[in-house]
Design a protein around this ligand. Structure first.
Ligand SMILES: [Zn+2]
Length: 213
């Protein structure tokens, strides 16, 4: 569902720029609104959420999909945790569809899907591991790196139930905006993938805007 935000860009309390292939890790308080902006279009923002006060509680695709009866995320979706609590509500979305099923790229999956020589290419899982290694203050370790949301990524389910990685339906300036329902750690890999069309074969930056409660 396409729904515009009630906030103007210049009213944000905080703004972060995530370069192509880089990561973001940070916290927001319950009641905060935050927006991810696909600056140049067809980018994938591979995102993990944790309860900041108890990081073992994290985003769960299973609980989210079951409770809303739909595999795609958009305005009106409630993003749930592995304890079936609502972590975030998506309150605005100008893209219209975000993926819960495709997972993140890793050097291992690049090797299996594409070629042995892709082994050393930069992947989302590397960015997440670098983020938690460079920021031990969040208390996250390798075991916390789990399945994720791919904001702006287009992974339609076929009639036969198959998954396909398709060219993006996002475009420059499209955004998705959420309200945190608990204190959250946000971990984003701005996908560096070059082998499939999840980011148009051309990784580009995204912006993160935060409005305090
Ligand atoms: Zn990736």
């Amino acid at each position: 569902m396409i729904k515009e935000s009630v906030f103007t860009t210049d009213s944000a309390d905080e703004a972060f720029h995530i370069d192509a292939g880089d990561y973001f890790i940070g916290t927001v308080k319950a009641g905060s609104t935050f927006r991810i902006v696909d600056l140049e279009g067809n980018q994938a923002a591979d995102t993990l959420f944790y309860n900041a006060n108890k990081p073992a509680e994290r985003y769960s695709a299973t609980d989210t999909i079951r409770e809303q009866g739909n595999v795609y995320l958009t305005a009106g979706s409630a993003i749930r945790s592995n304890e079936n609590n609502v972590m975030l509500d998506i309150v605005a979305d100008t893209c219209g569809r975000h993926d819960t099923l495709g997972g993140a790229c890793a050097t291992e999956s690049n090797t299996v899907r594409y070629d042995l020589e892709k082994r050393c290419m930069h992947a989302c899982r590397d960015s997440w591991m670098l983020a938690i290694a460079e920021h031990p203050e969040y208390g996250l370790s390798k075991r916390d790196i789990s399945h994720n949301i791919n904001f702006f990524m287009n992974v339609p389910v076929t009639q036969e139930g198959g998954l396909t990685f398709e060219d993006g339906i996002s475009a420059p300036g499209k955004y998705v905006e959420m309200v945190a329902k608990m204190d959250l750690i946000i971990l984003i890999s701005n996908c560096p993938q070059l082998n499939n069309p999840c980011n148009g074969y051309n990784p580009t930056p995204v912006d993160l805007l935060v409005w305090h409660p």
